[in-house]
Write a protein that binds this ligand. Structure first.
Ligand code: 13P
Ligand code: SF4
Length: 308
């Protein structure tokens, strides 16, 4: 069966919008109505009038779509598609942790569960984290979670040395090899290094541009350089190559090159066949208790408010 053709047909019949994160496989990106980073996709989810949102991404992203559009049917083709970073901060551990910081404002990266968002004052993504922290008064005490690498990057830019950072990380971005990137730089002396702020500091030091997936894509389009070493999940290379067919994009290798670590195993769980079955059966659906939605939503709306 030609899954792409059938999905596109069904999508129109059912008034469904298909959202894809940049880390999805190329076949999925090719059938999506919108491809974007976490911030862009959440903005679209907040504004869409489609009856069904089919989210090709991981659990926390589909949850965010449901939080912002509770009256829409939100479908996630693979409910097992989690996130190692979101998993590094669970609700009970966070509640216990926050007892030590009762007068702190909790700023959470969007890569968190709905339960963690409900304990959060302000949500952020890699696109707007610095702006949000910079907009908070200098004397405001802050707990940032869950990513220690993004947290330490924000600290280095904003000089908020007293910001408390949760000790979580993403299995993909932690694994890029400094030595192998240096080797690649020798092989391609003209190449610029692009890195996501979830990478370790030792990788970020080598970067010519640090940013969210959307920011890295934009930079690769507009910069005059013809070669880029890309230190983020491999899925982004598809859009980079489409936008700049004449340029060369080289994926930064992980420490252990047999582990396929620059692929997010969760993002890669979504296939065309699963999307087809999900749309046909209108299941699996993301369902969240409405009270929890209301609590979690505040932190996301505050993010929109602070960055408009
Ligand atoms: P972006 O916010 O840049 O889309 O990143 C999401 C993500 O999961 C990074 O690993
Ligand atoms: Fe989570 Fe990392 Fe996968 Fe992004 S790349 S979804 S942070 S596990």
């Amino acid at each position: 069966m030609d899954f792409s053709k059938e999905i596109l047909k069904m999508k129109k019949e059912k008034n469904c919008v298909i959202l894809s994160h940049f880390y999805q496989i190329a076949d999925i990106q090719n059938i999506a109505d919108f491809i974007g980073d976490s911030l862009q996709l959440s903005q679209i989810a907040a504004e869409t009038t489609a009856d069904i949102i089919l989210f090709c991404g991981v659990n926390f992203m589909a949850e965010t779509a449901k939080i912002l559009s509770p009256d829409r049917k939100v479908l996630l083709p693979e409910p097992e598609a989690g996130c190692s970073l979101a998993d590094s901060c669970n609700v009970n551990d966070l509640k216990a942790f926050l007892k030590n910081y009762p007068d702190h404002t909790v700023v959470s990266y969007v890569n968190t569960s709905v339960g963690v968002k409900a304990l959060t004052d302000i949500c952020c993504t890699s696109s707007n984290a610095i702006k949000i922290i910079e907009n908070l008064p200098e004397n405001e005490k802050i707990v940032f979670l869950p990513d220690r690498n993004l947290g330490s990057y924000i600290k280095s830019i904003t000089k908020r040395d007293d910001m408390v950072v949760w000790n979580g990380a993403c299995h993909v971005h932690e694994e890029f090899s400094v030595e192998k990137i240096i080797e690649l730089k020798k092989e391609y002396p003209e190449a610029k290094v692009l890195a996501h702020p979830e990478c370790k500091k030792t990788v970020l030091i080598l970067a010519d541009k640090i940013g969210s997936t959307a920011a890295l894509l934009e930079f690769s389009k507009n910069d005059g350089c013809k070669q880029f070493i890309v230190a983020t999940e491999s899925g982004i290379l598809h859009q980079m190559q489409i936008s700049s067919p004449q340029k060369t994009f080289i994926p930064a290798p992980p420490v252990d090159s047999t582990c396929g670590c620059n692929d997010c195993k969760y993002m890669k769980m979504v296939t065309l066949e699963k999307v087809y079955n999900t749309l046909k059966n209108e299941s699996p659906e993301v369902l969240i208790d409405i009270e929890l939605i209301e609590k979690a939503k505040k932190s996301i709306l505050r993010m929109f408010e602070m960055t408009k």
